[in-house]
Design a protein around this ligand. Structure first.
Ligand code: PMP
Length: 442
C-alpha cells in the first residue's frame, strides 16, 4: 500500500462544502481504499458507510476498473468529442441503453451530476423549441431537492443554504413541496403509505398558476438523497407522470444517486414503475473512479432534434471532456463488474432486508425521531437541539469517523449508502457502531 504522509501546510486547498477553518484544525485524511474500506494517514481501517459520496457502488479499487483505466491512459489519453468520435464512447452508450428503462435509447455524456442536470434542463428547453413550442421556458424543481451546484441545478434545487448566497440564480423557476411527511410516515420501510397523490397534485396548481403551456420540465430526484433520504409516498411519482403527460411537460428524474443499483434495480424508474422523459446520472456510472455523467433521453426527444429545422441541426452544448476515453473505459469495466456480480439488483434481495432490519433496530435509541430506508440507502433522523445551531448528527459523524466508520450528515439527519458489495458482517459493524455512538451523544 502507498505510504502518504500528511502535508505540513493545508492552507492552499479551498475545500468544497466544508467549513475549512474547522476542518484544518482537525483534518480527516484518507490515503488509500480497498473494497469496503478506507485507510487513514494515522493507519486506521475505516468502513465506508457512504460509498465515498454515494458513488463507489462496486466498492473501492476494483482491479478490472483500475486496469481498464490504466490501459486506456496508455493507448489514447484524450480524444475531442466534437465532430469526432472514439469507439469506447459508442460502446458505453450502447451498454448503458441496455440497462436503462425501456425507451430511453440515447445518452449524452458529461463529467458530473451537476453537468448532467444542466444538460438535461437545456435539452428540455431546446426540445420544446425545435418542436415550435418555444413558450415552454419555465422549470419546476422541488423543495429539498439537490441537483448539483451549477446555476440551473442550484435554481431548481430546494436547499436554502445552497441558494441564499447566490442571489437570483435563474429566472422562471418554481418548486413543488417536498415529500417528507413525518407526522404521517415516520419509521416507514420502503415507500411510505400516506400523502403521495396529494403532494403530486401540487403540480396541477403550478400548471394552473403559470399556465401549463409555459412549463418546459419538472425535475425531481426519485428519492431525495442529499437532503436526508426522503422517499416519496406511494403513488407520488405515478401521479407526477400523469400530470406531466396531461400538460405536455417533460419529466426529468435526477438519478445521480438512485442510479446504478442503489435501490435494487438499475434505476429508480424501474423500482417505482415510472419512466421519465430524461434521466440524469453520474457517480456510479464509473464507480466513482473517473468523473463522468450520463444523461439518458427518450427516443422521441432525440428524434425531435434529428428531424428539427436545419438551423437547429446541432444541439449547441457539450464539454471538452464529454465521453472522455478514460471515463468510457472505466464505465465499461464498471458495468461489467456490476453485471458479473449481480450488483444492480443485489439491494433488492436478502442483503437489503438485512440492512433495513439493522436500521430499524436502532429505533429506540436516544434522540431518534425517524428511520427510513429503501434499497441500500438509509437515514436516521435525530431530534433537533432547541435554539442551537449544533447538530447531533454532526457529532455522530465525528464520533463515527473516530470509530472507523464513515456516515454522511445533513442537518439533523444521518444518511448512509454503503457499497453494494456489503456483507452482513459490515452491516452488523455499522449497527454496533451507531448504537454505541447514539447512546453517547447528548
Ligand atoms: N444530483 C443529485 C441527485 C446528486 O445527489 C448530486 C450529488 N450528490 C448531484 C446532482 C451533483 O453531482 P456532482 O457533485 O457530481 O456534480
Amino acid at each position: 500500500m502507498l505510504e502518504r504522509t500528511r502535508p505540513n501546510d493545508l492552507s492552499s486547498f479551498w475545500m468544497p462544502f466544508t467549513a475549512n477553518r474547522q476542518f484544518k484544525q482537525a483534518p480527516r485524511m484518507l490515503v488509500a481504499a480497498k473494497d469496503m474500506h478506507y485507510f487513514t494517514d494515522d493507519g486506521r481501517k475505516v468502513l465506508d458507510g457512504t460509498s465515498g459520496l454515494w458513488c463507489v457502488n462496486a466498492g473501492h479499487g476494483r482491479p478490472k476498473i483500475t486496469e481498464a483505466i490504466q490501459r486506456q491512459a496508455a493507448e489514447m489519453d484524450y480524444a475531442p468529442p466534437f465532430q469526432m468520435g472514439h469507439p469506447l464512447a459508442f460502446e458505453l452508450a450502447n451498454r448503458l441503453v441496455d440497462i436503462a428503462p425501456q425507451g430511453m435509447d440515447h445518452v449524452f455524456f458529461t463529467n458530473s451530476g451537476s453537468e448532467s442536470v444542466e444538460t438535461a434542463l437545456k435539452i428540455a428547453l431546446a426540445y420544446h423549441r425545435v418542436r415550435g413550442e418555444g413558450s415552454r421556458v419555465r422549470l419546476i424543481g422541488r423543495e429539498r431537492g439537490y441537483h448539483g451546484v451549477n446555476f440551473g441545478g442550484t435554481a431548481v434545487g430546494g436547499i436554502v443554504a445552497n441558494r441564499k448566497m447566490f442571489g437570483t440564480l435563474v429566472a422562471g423557476v418554481d418548486h413543488l413541496p417536498h415529500t417528507h411527511l413525518p407526522h404521517l410516515n415516520a419509521f416507514s420501510r420502503g415507500e411510505p403509505e400516506h400523502g403521495g397523490e396529494d403532494l403530486a397534485n401540487a403540480l396541477e396548481r403550478l400548471a394552473a398558476l403559470h399556465d401549463a403551456s409555459t412549463i418546459a420540465a419538472v425535475i425531481v430526484e426519485p428519492v431525495a438523497g442529499s437532503t436526508g433520504v426522503l422517499i416519496p409516498p406511494k403513488g407520488y411519482l405515478k401521479r407526477l407522470r400523469e400530470i406531466c403527460d396531461k400538460h405536455g411537460i417533460l419529466l426529468i428524474f435526477d438519478e445521480v444517486i438512485t442510479g446504478y443499483g442503489r435501490l435494487g434495480a438499475p434505476f429508480a424508474a424501474e423500482v417505482f414503475g415510472v419512466t421519465p422523459d430524461i434521466m440524469t446520472t453520474a457517480k456510479g456510472v464509473t464507480n466513482g473512479a473517473v468523473p463522468m455523467g450520463a444523461v439518458f433521453v427518450k427516443k422521441e426527444i432525440y428524434d425531435a432534434f434529428m428531424t428539427g429545422p436545419e438551423h437547429m441541426i446541432e444541439f449547441f452544448h457539450g464539454y471538452t471532456y464529454s465521453a472522455h476515453p478514460l471515463a468510457c473505459a472505466a464505465g465499461i469495466a464498471t458495468l461489467e463488474t456490476y453485471r458479473e456480480e449481480g450488483l444492480l439488483t443485489r439491494a433488492s434481495g436478502e442483503i437489503g432486508q438485512y440492512w433495513a432490519d439493522m436500521l430499524h433496530s436502532l429505533r429506540d435509541l436516544p434522540h431518534v425521531i425517524d428511520i427510513r430506508n429503501i434499497g441500500l440507502v438509509g437515514a436516521i433522523e435525530l431530534e433537533p437541539i432547541e435554539g442551537q445551531p449544533t447538530k447531533r448528527a454532526f457529532s455522530a459523524f465525528l464520533k463515527a469517523f473516530e470509530n472507523n466508520l464513515t456516515i454522511r450528515t445533513t442537518g439533523d439527519i444521518i444518511a448512509m449508502s454503503p457499497p453494494l458489495i456489503i456483507e452482513k458482517e459490515h452491516i452488523d459493524q455499522i449497527g454496533d457502531t451507531l448504537r454505541s455512538i447514539l447512546k453517547s451523544i447528548d
